[in-house]
Design a protein around this ligand. Structure first.
Ligand code: DOR
Ligand code: ZN
Length: 347
């Protein structure tokens, strides 16, 4: 039995495209299904200034396949040396859509992130004044805090104080992984929203650790207990306007994942829409998939939803996604949802 679902073309509100050969390899996968994406700035070196963002945007546009209809929405990487005037000018020019806060040391290439938010105070004040959103990697990096508690502690010790201090600041809490994060974003007063990844909807820490360690499920924030996964599913499939898709598709070559000290990141761009349809169908909420993937994000960023559409079709035979992608620098493993996916995307 086939079943089809047509939604407005989705956008990805949190994506790592990298540069060089990796960019060439992964960009067509996102551009196939998504019309726009917020591009993470954690390159080496990071995208810090308007000039960096313009150069990175041009690199992405040059790497697009000829027939692609895809717009990269650029971000700047907040540092303690960021110039408020440069940020404001980049926003006024339409060059950037958001600024990204990585607490220093929180994740891949975050060494130049912010150690003390007071040292970025002038930039944050300027952003609050001009309505430029701050996308936040919401984890403390304090050594003593358990890795599974880092999001919850961040909410209490960093995010809430920051938002009380600067209530006009527009905040997107990225890749929410806990019920605490969901509750905070849903219920907090003021201007806040949150993204949820594909993989955090589909796996919990048992999938990563029971029966052997699965490095391709290692990401940051780390996947949590099943009860948190359920809270994420409930929020995503509820259609609540504060929650929308940010895949956090973050490619690393197999050699960097399958090693004694593996990198954090899950590559999910190619099969995200099939995964999401699976999750939303399981929740009997296919009617909310469009809100999560295609409507809530643009509304949050003051953009119109895409006019183009994407059609998904459920078939008896599973979709034949490759297990690995072959980049010029080596193999790259696709996110494995652990079961067949029956929702095909009609290109
Ligand atoms: O798992 C992750 N990978 N989390 C991040 O925050 C960064 C990302 C990356 O760049 O690889
Ligand atoms: Zn990310």
């Amino acid at each position: 039995m086939t079943r089809t679902l047509t939604i407005r073309r989705p956008d990805d509100w949190h994506l790592h495209l990298r540069d060089g050969a990796m960019l060439q390899s992964v960009l067509p996968e996102t551009a196939r299904h998504f019309a726009r994406a917020i591009i993470m700035p954690n390159l080496v070196p990071p995208v810090v200034t308007a000039k960096d963002a313009a150069a990175y945007r041009d690199l992405i546009l040059a790497a697009l396949p000829d027939n692609a209809d895809f717009t990269p929405l650029m971000t700047l990487y907040l540092t303690e040396g960021t110039d408020p005037a440069d940020v404001a000018a980049a926003f006024a020019d339409g060059l950037i859509t958001a600024v990204k806060l990585y607490p220093a040391g929180a994740t891949t290439n975050s060494a130049s992130g912010v150690r003390d938010l007071n040292n970025a105070r002038q930039v944050l004040e300027k952003m609050a004044e001009i309505g430029l959103p701050l996308c936040i990697h919401g984890e403390v990096t304090t050594h003593e805090v358990d890795i599974f508690d880092r999001e919850q502690v961040f909410l209490e010790t960093v995010l809430d104080p920051l938002r009380r201090d600067l209530p006009e600041l527009r905040v997107t809490l990225e890749h929410i992984t806990t019920a605490h994060g969901i509750d905070y974003v849903r219920d907090a007063p003021g201007d806040i929203a949150g993204t949820i990844t594909t993989h955090h909807l589909m796996i919990n820490r048992n999938h990563m650790l029971v029966g052997g360690i699965r490095p391709h499920y290692y990401c940051l924030p780390i996947v949590k207990r099943a009860e948190h996964q359920l809270a994420l599913r409930k929020a995503a499939t509820s259609g609540h306007p504060r929650f929308f898709l940010g895949t956090d598709s973050a490619p690393h070559l197999d050699g960097a994942k399958e090693t004694a000290c593996g990198c954090a990141g899950v590559f999910s761009a190619p099969n995200t829409m099939s995964c999401l349809a699976h999750v939303f169908e399981e929740a009997a909420a296919l009617d909310q998939l469009e809100a999560f993937a295609s409507l809530n994000g643009p509304a949050r960023y003051g953009l119109a939803p895409n006019d183009a559409t994407l059609t998904l079709e459920k078939r008896a035979e599973p979709v034949d996604y490759p297990r690995k992608y072959h980049t010029p620098d080596g193999p790259l493993t696709l996110f494995d949802p652990g079961h067949p996916l029956h929702w095909h995307i009609l290109d």
